[in-house]
Write a protein of this length. Structure first.
Length: 468
């Protein structure tokens, strides 16, 4: 529980608190400006306002830590901030030229992430780096779209070409009728690997065709015909071995559900009002606090208590013993966006940076923003904030206007490199939208620089390699 601010700080922060729709926990030191006296006619213009550093306990007696109360605050992504979203030189991703050769022939590849060590570094497994991805076989005659046929595959490289490892676990082993994004942690001490994934649909559904949602929709409703989209988070552990020919997983343990919506903090699928946007309780992202050592899972959610569908949230669960305990979200977007997808954290000396992906169509009707990477900054380094929108509005890197859906599902790595997947890019001749097709493969990475809550795209994409 965060330490309450002292009364002196509370009074200084009163104006800021009244201007926000939601407060955030434990204010960090901030810079304020003292108004300079008005210039007299016969005197020179006064110097610029003096900047004074105000510490939390300055100007009064410290409030004892024991004098506190239960409850917390949640940082908001406000409509006021979102209205100032604008693409500029620092936030526009360069135009992408899609590779001629597919990453993996005959396979769609979209949301992807590296296997990591608990400290967040990309794991070195016997000299190999490993990529986990959502995939589907390219089948134009398939009854269901590719994202409803998702299967986890893995690829590995030692610096030359990416090599296919195959399917990690199939539907007869994993929970749900299909599996969506998550994260993967490698423990070099034990040689074990843990897969955190989203189990979509009924946990024991035999197939997609029989995974029918509990409620029916009219034929003209956007949700009509979808398999059940109820989402729960699951995990499974296995052993991993590496040799001169690659990486292999074996000895999988039991698959188990670790988190699901409670209806009090996080909206359930039954309470969510669906449209083009799909309900969210997914994308478990493991993160270990480098200061306390506490382990967390961040995830995509919809906040209970706010009208749906524009009630997106970044949810949090903390490891307690052998299980995970739901906590209040760290960010909500009421009236702004319905999806804050694949949330994750990058650590810096000046605090924590929280990132997530948002589609253009998930914004509320009176707001707009590009398909892209968005983020918030916690200068205190505390997971609970206070969180401030990066660049003042939240946009970090958006697709260029002439190619608005060229890439999606972004993952910022510790050094600022950003992963995504190639979606439907335009060609140089600005192909009409109806001629674009899903490419499905890792996009060339670009890089961002971060400082004091500001971001800049500092490097253009470099070529990527395919699969042998």
């Amino acid at each position: 529980m965060s330490r309450p601010p002292c009364l002196a700080t509370a009074s200084l922060a009163l104006v800021a608190a009244l201007a926000a729709s939601l407060a955030v926990a434990s204010p960090s030191p901030r810079t304020i400006e003292r108004a300079a006296p008005a210039a007299e006619p016969d005197k020179a213009t006064p110097a610029p306002p003096e900047k004074v550093r105000i510490a939390p306990d300055e100007g009064g007696h410290a409030t004892p830590p024991t004098f506190s109360f239960t409850g917390t605050y949640v940082a908001p992504w406000t409509a006021q901030a979102a209205r100032s979203i604008a693409l500029g030189p620092d936030t526009t991703i360069p135009y992408m030229v899609a590779p001629v050769d597919p990453f993996d022939a005959g396979i769609y590849v979209w949301d992807a992430w590296p296997v990591r060590s608990p400290d967040g570094a990309i794991a070195d497994i016997g000299g190999w780096s490993v990529l986990i991805a959502l995939t589907a076989e390219q089948d134009p005659d398939a009854r269901f779209p590719f994202y409803s046929r998702s299967t986890w595959r893995y690829y590995y490289t030692n610096g030359d070409r990416w090599l296919p490892g195959g399917v990690i676990f199939d539907r007869t082993e994993a929970l749900g009728s299909r599996q969506w994004a998550g994260s993967t942690m490698y423990d070099p001490d034990s040689g074990s690997i843990t897969f955190f994934y989203t189990a979509v649909g009924s946990p024991d559904a035999p197939n997609l065709a029989e995974d029918v949602p509990d409620r029916a929709f009219a034929d003209n409703h956007p949700a009509a015909g979808r398999p059940d989209t109820t989402q729960r988070m699951a995990q499974v552990s296995a052993t991993v071995s590496a040799g001169p020919n690659g990486v292999a997983f074996a000895d999988f343990g039991p698959h188990e559900i670790i988190l699901e919506a409670d209806g009090e903090i996080y909206a359930t699928a039954e309470a969510f009002v669906p449209d083009n946007v799909i309900y969210g309780m997914r994308d478990p992202e493991y993160w270990r606090d480098p200061q306390s050592g506490a382990e967390y899972i961040l995830f995509t959610a919809n906040a209970a208590g706010f009208p749906s569908p524009h009630n997106g949230a970044v949810g949090v669960a903390r490891r307690e013993g052998a299980g995970w305990q739901l906590q209040r979200p760290i960010l909500v977007a009421p009236g702004v966006s319905s999806q804050l997808e694949r949330p994750h954290i990058v650590e810096r000396d000046d605090g924590l940076y929280l990132f997530f992906s948002t589609h253009a169509f998930t914004f509320a009707d009176d707001l707009s923003g590009p398909e892209g990477l968005y983020g918030f900054w916690s200068p205190s380094g505390d997971l609970r904030g206070a969180w401030q929108p990066i660049n003042g509005h939240g946009l970090v890197a958006g697709n260029p206007p002439a190619s608005p859906t060229q890439a999606y599902s972004y993952l910022a790595l510790p050094d600022g490199h950003v992963m995504s997947y190639i979606n439907t890019p335009y060609g140089f001749k600005a192909d009409p939208a109806e001629d674009r097709v899903m490419v499905g493969g890792p996009a060339p990475m670009f890089r961002i620089a971060l400082e004091e809550g500001k971001s800049t795209i500092v490097a253009s994409p470099a070529p990527t390699t395919g699969v042998e």
